[in-house]
Design a protein around this ligand. Structure first.
Ligand code: URP
Ligand code: ZN
Ligand code: ZN
Length: 529
């Protein structure tokens, strides 16, 4: 078989993985070898884009190549692709062409602490697209503990989506119905991860007994267990202490929940997940204490993923002491943004593989909403922005400084998330057959962050005034140019829900480990009576 024929055959194989039969057979009928420099692409259908001459970056490889996109799918990646007149051509010479960011941790239209986050699915996703993120995974919060009611509610909220999204689901109580609903979520609703809150006592917090039940169920379903790791009982005690000391302002938030409480809960969750031998994903790792627990567990071979968020990587807690309440309150999130030094340590952990991917925990509240806690820091809605800023800040902080390579950048902001949640290579890659979620980043251009120009509906931004190098000039979502020349072209309803199948790579080999464990027990001992 000639190499060109082989190339076509493998392309068709890839396409058949991603496309329904009717769409892939359209390519067969065209009879064209995609990527062959002397042929042209068919000119009949819509939304055709050629990205020319950029450096195409995947998690393990980069090369100068063209990328041809048709009907929302990447069709070819190779040099010198020729196309017809009906194709939009984007010149990416001197720029990086990378998979759109995937944010593993967001809260859009989230009802929390007596209010709802300012950014709904359309607003938050518009902001994301302007910052180069093309997919996010949001946390469904059950309604009165009911997973199915929570799922219905979030499905409604997400109807106005303008980019692709998936769901994690929180578990806030335990009974037979919850256990059965977890099964339905995984087998019928495309959810493959469940979050357990070890903090927010009296609200979302669960006890260890539930955590163990949840871990067991997750393992049986091939779903990833996630934890918000802070000791909620101790936080409650810390909050009382601050109030007794007359500390009612935003600094009380940080003082009431020190890093040791994050370290304790992280260690506990890791040990319990190890006891159940199920993989664990620790969300918003904010401290050295938590990161070191993850490092220790991974060194011993445990399947633990650590997700720092962009606020924890680039900010410190100093603004919580700002005498202006509005300024200080905007930095209140949980676990808290830590003292200087933690962020740098988390960056180093990312660059050495101790931590695996970067999220945002985007959970925006306006200053009016933050003012709910003007007299009592316990009532300040917890959460900060980041969905629009993550791609720029990680680039500027880590690539521009030389801490990570461009391929690492793609892995940390996109590919690893797709792998963990089992949607790679449909997402997180610039490969023939992948969804056309693509950004063009100009390393010589610069960005500046301000609440006056961001796309979130919040009137504040925790990264206010930050400038840096590397700007996302173009965002393509599902094969449509949605961000170009600092302008958004988005339509509500154009985003799609992405099913995430269970038993991702973190589950590989667990059956063998379990078999080894069982054979090591030498029990039950057969005894004669
Ligand atoms: O402060 C935070 N992190 N708000 C969002 C809820 C959560 O804990 O993820
Ligand atoms: Zn959390
Ligand atoms: Zn969160």
């Amino acid at each position: 078989m000639g190499s060109s024929v082989r190339c076509f055959t493998s392309l068709m194989l890839l396409l058949s993985i991603f496309l329904p039969v009717s769409e892939s057979s359209q390519f067969c009928k065209a009879g064209i070898e995609y990527g062959d420099s002397e042929c042209e692409f068919p000119s009949s259908s819509s939304s055709k884009i050629l990205i020319k001459g950029g450096t195409v970056v995947n998690a393990h490889h980069q090369e100068i190549a063209d990328v041809y996109v048709e009907d929302g799918i990447i069709v070819a990646v190779k040099p010198n692709i020729k196309v017809g007149d009906d194709v939009i051509v984007l010149d990416a010479t001197g720029k990086f062409v990378m998979p759109g960011g995937i944010d593993p941790h967001t809260h859009l239209a989230f009802d929390f602490m007596g209010t709802q986050t300012v950014d709904d699915f359309f607003g938050g996703q518009s902001a994301a697209l302007a910052g180069g993120t093309t997919m996010h995974i949001d946390f469904v919060i059950p309604v009165n503990g009911s997973l199915s009611a929570g799922y219905e509610a979030y499905t409604k909220k997400a109807k106005k989506s303008c980019m692709d999204y998936g769901f994690h689901m929180a578990i806030t109580k335990w009974d037979e119905i919850v256990s059965r609903d977890m099964e339905i979520m995984v087998k019928e609703k495309g959810i493959n991860s469940f979050k357990f809150f070890l903090a927010y006592k009296g609200d979302l917090m669960i006890k260890d007994e539930l955590l163990l039940e949840g871990f067991k169920k997750c393992k049986s379903l091939g779903a990833l267990a996630m934890v918000h790791a802070e000791n909620g009982d101790a936080v409650f005690e810390g909050q009382k202490r601050m109030i007794e000391l007359g500390i009612t302002g935003p600094e009380g938030h940080a003082l009431s929940r020190p890093a040791v409480l994050e370290g304790e809960a992280t260690a506990r969750a890791i040990r319990l997940a190890g006891f159940m031998d199920t993989p664990l994903y620790v969300v918003h790792v904010m401290s050295i204490d938590a990161m070191e627990e993850i490092a220790e567990a991974r060194k011993k071979g445990q399947r633990v993923i650590g997700e720092p968020v962009v606020s924890g990587l680039v900010l410190d807690d100093s603004e919580l002491w700002n005498p202006d309440f509005k300024t200080a309150a905007k930095f209140v999130m949980s676990p808290p943004i830590r003292a200087a030094g933690h962020g740098e340590a988390l960056q180093a952990a990312l660059s050495t593989g101790v931590l695996q991917l970067v999220g945002t925990d985007h959970c925006g509240f306006s200053s009016a909403q933050k003012a709910l806690g003007i007299d009592d820091f316990r009532k300040i809605p917890n959460g900060v922005n980041g969905i629009e800023e993550r791609m720029h800040l990680v680039w500027d902080t880590m690539v521009e400084s030389g801490q990570i390579s461009v391929t690492d950048y793609v892995r940390l902001t996109s590919t690893e998330c797709a792998r963990i949640f089992n949607i790679y290579p449909r997402k997180g890659a610039i490969l023939a057959g992948s969804d056309a979620d693509i950004i063009i980043l100009n390393p010589n251009s610069s960005f500046e962050i301000s609440a006056s120009s961001h796309h979130s509906r919040s009137d504040t931004n925790v990264f206010e005034g930050r400038r840096g190098k590397g700007k996302v000039e173009v965002t393509i979502a599902r094969g449509r140019v949605v961000w170009e020349n600092d302008e958004l072209k988005v339509a509500p309803g154009s985003g799609k829900y992405i099913d995430m199948p269970p038993f991702g790579y973190l589950f590989n080999g667990i059956d063998k480990e379990d078999a080894k464990y069982l054979s090591s027990l030498q029990a039950p001992v057969k005894r004669s009576i």
